[in-house]
Design a protein around this ligand. Structure first.
Ligand code: F6R
Length: 612
């Protein structure tokens, strides 16, 4: 949700800014812009639309210099346009800011500034910050930024520079992520680590409530109230390769194909040989499990989007494997829903990015009411990871495509490990039962590979789906969660309307929309209700709907009620969502591809939603 990059050092800022923006474009692509400072002047280039438009207009001579900031925008206040693109400057043009987040009281601040004679040149909330910094500047940029954020309410990361001090950038963070990268005679700022990983592997995180003054010598941290903070750098050893497409046409395609490896990595060292020779889960570092394993009476899972769908699967796993009742709540509903809290309630917040504003807020609310907060997230050091009492990392690696795929699969594996761990500790699962499921888990990477090796049928079906304006997805129990995720994938990247529901719900209204040929994708891996699913599909067939089923390869009956069957290797029912999601991801991908959509950066969306 907007990406920020900054550079000060001996090199050319422009090169770093364009590289960083390329890596950050997944966060927003309504417009892009950058500013480079030289003593006495700042030059800005910005353009509505994707970064390629900005790249087409930048003039390296006009933008040469050693200090600069850049921004990719996901519009909140003001339509996507050149004038609303960041950076924004004050009236003199000597003070320039970029901003990620929302200034909630911008209307009041704008009115006050206008009364003081300021003329605004954009519709954004951000511009007030540029004017406030300029107004307060008396030679000290850090103090001017402190003044500006003292006026502003909301959630943001703000980065400012001025032509009067072309040796520094000053940034402040209140909820939106920001990281400092340390180099030799150069220092970087960015919304995330991959944006500057090409230049350094040493980082310092900017925390909420901190201001950082960045010069080529490094970064000086202090609290909003001015107390200095000592901060040790940390090193990351991620492969820079993981942020390239590696021979695939899209990041989404690459990330789908990484899933066998991701399943194995999420399990990683968390599976060990047990005393009886069988394998068992060993999830470590969960303090609450060690201290009071019996203290959890109920699990409330909270998340948004794809992570919410992972939560739907998790609820069933926790109930079935650990005997712990659960509920799943959209984070944006939970935070304003006056939820009830009771003794023994564990809140599990799931978020790939660990930065989704609603998920963070729901997690905070839960902690405030005494619930223990467990995070399941992909991003080490993310806000959610830092705020939670305990963290399970999914280890999916950087996910660049806006549509989440490998992070979802890794969430499912993470939840399975947790449910198995809790089930064993509670005595609900015998070592033999645990061993059986662990052995099945071990087999998933090769089964996932088999699905990925035979995409021809899916490509053909995608050509069919691409002709239809509406597609319906059905399934029961765990299959319903998979259907929800399949529908979301299809709509977000192909722009085809897709709707998912439990199979049994179809006849309560939606069946009215089934006419000859209308595609109904049925996920049918649930053995407990297989015959019921077949009955439901008969009803679709009776209206001459077109049934596309996802079923186990040895399912003998499904063919009789389906027009097409996508077969997946058989696995334990509780693990089936991990495999069944993969063909639906491929179906969405190939449909979007057939329609010529912008697969990695679908319209109107952004990778991490750091605003309400
Ligand atoms: C869909 C998608 C979104 C995210 C949602 C939550 O493909 O990616 O629905 O799942 O915005 O994001 P995180 O998991 O980062 O909290």
């Amino acid at each position: 949700m907007c990406g920020i990059v900054g550079y000060v050092g001996s090199g050319q800022a422009l090169e770093v800014l364009l590289h960083g923006l390329t890596r950050l474009e997944y966060r927003g692509y309504d417009s892009a812009g950058l500013a480079v400072a030289r003593p006495g002047s700042i030059t800005i280039a910005k353009a509505e639309g994707k970064l390629s438009r900005l790249k087409g207009i930048v003039d390296p001579t006009a933008l040469s210099g050693h200090l600069g900031i850049g921004h990719t925008r996901w519009a909140t206040h003001g339509v996507p346009s050149d004038r609303n693109a960041h950076p924004h400057s004050d009236t003199s043009g000597d003070f320039v800011v970029v901003h990620n987040g929302i200034v909630e009281n911008f209307r009041t601040l704008r009115d006050q500034l206008e009364l003081r004679g300021v003329t605004f040149r954009s519709d954004t909330d951000t511009e007030v910050l540029a004017h406030l910094v300029a107004e307060a500047f008396d030679g000290d940029l850090t103090e001017a930024v402190r003044y500006a954020i003292g006026q502003a309410q909301g959630a943001y990361a703000l980065v400012a520079m001025t032509a009067h001090r072309p040796d520094r950038i000053v940034a402040a963070r209140m909820t939106s992520p920001l990281v400092v990268g340390l180099g030799e005679n150069e220092t970087f700022l960015a919304s995330d680590i991959p944006a500057i990983l090409k230049y350094t592997q040493r980082f310092q995180l900017v925390e909420d409530g901190e201001i950082v003054t960045v010069t080529e010598a490094g970064a000086a941290f202090e609290t909003f109230s001015g107390n200095p903070i000592e901060k040790k750098p940390f090193t990351v050893d991620w492969e820079t390769d993981s942020v390239f497409k590696g021979g695939f046409d899209h990041f989404m395609e690459k990330e789908i194909h990484e899933q066998p490896e991701v399943i194995a990595r999420t399990m990683g060292t968390r599976i060990r040989a047990g005393a009886d020779g069988g394998e068992r889960v060993a999830l470590e570092g969960l303090r609450w499990l060690d201290q009071s394993p019996d203290g959890v009476n109920r699990i409330r899972i909270t998340a948004c989007g794809t992570a919410y769908h992972a939560g739907l699967v998790g609820r069933i796993l926790f109930e079935q494997l650990a005997g712990i009742p659960g509920e799943v709540a959209y984070a944006h509903e939970l935070r304003y829903g006056n939820p009830l809290f009771e003794e023994g309630l564990l809140t599990l917040a799931i978020s790939q990015s660990g930065e989704t504003a609603d998920t963070l807020a729901a997690g905070r609310l839960s902690r405030e009411h005494g619930s223990r907060l467990l995070a399941l997230t992909n991003v080490v050091g993310s806000s959610l990871a830092r705020e939670a009492d305990d963290v399970i990392y999914t280890w999916a690696g950087p996910e660049i495509s806006v549509a989440s795929t490998k992070a979802y699969i890794a969430m499912l594996v993470g939840e399975t490990l947790l449910a198995l761990e809790m089930g064993r500790r509670s005595g609900r699962l015998s070592p033999a039962e645990e061993g059986e499921l662990v052995a099945e888990l071990r087999g998933l990477p090769s089964k996932a590979t088999r699905i990925l090796e035979s995409p021809d049928e899916i490509v053909r079906l995608a050509e069919e789906l691409a002709k239809w304006p509406n597609v319906y997805f059905i399934g029961r129990g765990l299959d319903h969660a998979t259907a929800m995720e399949g529908a979301l994938k299809l709509k977000e990247i192909s722009y085809i309307h897709a709707e998912a529901m439990p199979s049994g719900e179809l006849k309560h209204g939606t069946l009215a929309l089934i006419s000859p040929g209308v595609p109904v994708v049925a996920v049918a891996t649930n053995p407990q209700v297989h015959s019921k699913v077949l009955l439901g599909l008969q009803e679709v067939k009776a209206r001459r709907g077109q049934v596309i089923a996802v079923a186990f390869e040895d399912d003998q009956e499904i063919g009789s009620v389906s027009d097409h069957v996508i077969r997946i290797p058989r696995t334990a029912h509780l693990l089936s969502p991990i495999l069944a999601a993969i063909p639906l991801q491929l179906l969405a991908y190939h449909t979007a591809r057939r329609l010529g959509r912008d697969i990695d950066q679908p319209r109107n969306l952004a990778k991490s939603v750091t605003v309400e």
